[in-house]
Ligand binder design. Structure first.
Ligand code: UD1
Length: 377
């Protein structure tokens, strides 16, 4: 029996990256046996289970059920629980995706046990080391053996950090594989809003809507910062009704800091975290998206929907250079200016970047098979 490829997921943005990869491993000739391990970093129905269903992900073969905690506790707990799973399954390699705590934790355990690691979505850098994800990216890429990149700038970042070129493979963007596979299945925005009783105010206007997501600690953990951002959103909402899908961290902080009253429910629909098919439908129909998510920056670029990113930097520069993304930070004037431009029909339309073509996972599976056959150097 060939040893399986152990595919690791932990948090919401991992699921859409792994789903096409598992399918591509099975579709490879000959098939590459795989098993799916969920660390349980995200565990809610909204943050995890619903997305498995939407993406057609199989139930995980292993669930470490680590749950929430500080970065140290969460990372340590994944490491502690991942080691025996690795011993029990003896995989040919471990595949990790993205930049969450589970990505780094499983990588560290595997490489120290001599199990080769492949990292999908390698080399992205915001240059901002106050972001926990940036630390996870830099460290994962230093020790992983095979690095699959989504845009060409990622290889430059890796080479600058001393990673040998022989480890890097430009494969394209597996997020877009999922997006393309799901477009036809996406739930219409009208259905989603109606399902949340949000139709009357928002849909009656017929003039479009914007989608908002926020969850970065730098945006939502400090009360004054969060209050100021909500005030800007209220100003935007006066021009364009907003659909705000609330991450649990953000909802918790809005409630804790008593900020719920800042948003007019007639103009802002507050929704729970959305399923994947709902989110794709909401984004595809939106006049614009305001977000601090990495994934949404890419998905809006692929959909041709203008995206205003409420951050000072991005690890995905191609979405700004070629796509529909504009960095606006938390600057009120910049945000309102870009919203006005977009509503006047001058929003970015962009173009779809190289190899964001729906076939990235197939390229990764083919390369992985060759790499394993060569002894995973
Ligand atoms: C994590 C990732 C981030 C990713 C985001 C997507 C890291 C460092 N961060 O951040 O890169 O963009 O996921 O959501 O790995 N919670 C729930 N239910 C859940 C999961 C979390 O209620 O299923 C709540 C808990 O109160 C928890 C908080 O959300 O404390 C934050 O969750 P956590 O996994 O620590 O980080 P995220 O902010 O989600």
């Amino acid at each position: 029996m060939t040893a399986p490829v152990m595919c690791v997921v932990g948090a919401r943005p991992n699921f859409m990256k792994m789903a096409p990869l598992l399918r591509a491993l099975a579709a490879h000739a000959p098939p590459l046996p795989s098993l799916l391990l969920h660390t349980g970093q995200h565990y809610d129905q909204d943050m995890s289970h619903q997305l498995f269903d939407d993406l057609g992900l199989p139930r995980p073969d292993v669930n470490l059920e680590v749950g929430s905690g500080s970065h140290a506790v969460q990372t340590a707990e994944v490491m502690r629980r991942f080691e025996p799973a690795l011993d029990a399954h003896r995989p040919s390699c471990v595949v990790v995706v993205g930049d969450v705590n589970s990505t780094l934790a499983c990588t560290l355990v595997a490489v120290k046990k001599g199990v080769p690691v492949a990292h999908v979505e390698a080399g992205l850098r915001s240059g901002d080391r106050t972001m926990p994800e940036e630390i996870n990216r830099v460290l994962t890429d230093q020790v992983a053996s095979r690095l699959y990149t989504t845009e060409r700038s990622a290889a430059d970042n890796l080479l600058r950090e001393g990673v040998p070129a022989s480890r890097i493979c430009f494969a394209g963007n597996v997020m877009i594989d999922s997006l393309q596979a799901s477009r036809a299945l996406a739930r219409s925005a009208a259905d989603t809003l109606r399902g949340h009783g949000a139709d009357a105010a928002l849909l009656a206007q017929g003039s479009g809507y914007g989608v908002v997501t926020l969850h970065r600690p730098s945006n939502v953990d400090d009360p004054a910062t969060l209050a100021a951002l909500l005030d800007v959103l209220a100003e935007v909402a006066a021009q364009l009704p907003l659909v705000f899908a609330l991450h649990p961290r953000t909802r918790g902080n809005i409630e804790r800091y008593g900020l719920l009253g800042r948003l007019d429910p007639q103009r802002v629909a507050l929704l729970p975290p959305q399923g994947y098919l709902e989110m794709v439908g909401l984004m595809a129909g939106a006049a614009l998206v305001l977000t601090d998510s990495g994934g949404l920056q890419e998905e809006t670029t692929a959909l041709g929907v203008p995206c205003l990113t409420l951050r000072e930097n991005t690890e995905r520069p191609i979405t700004v250079e070629q796509g529909t993304n504009t960095l606006v930070g938390r600057d009120r004037a910049a945000i309102l200016h870009q919203v006005a431009e977009t509503l006047a029909g001058r929003g970015k339309r962009g173009r779809v970047p190289e190899l964001w073509d729906g076939h990235a996972a197939g390229r990764i599976a083919a390369d992985l098979a060759q790499w394993l056959a060569a002894g995973a150097p």
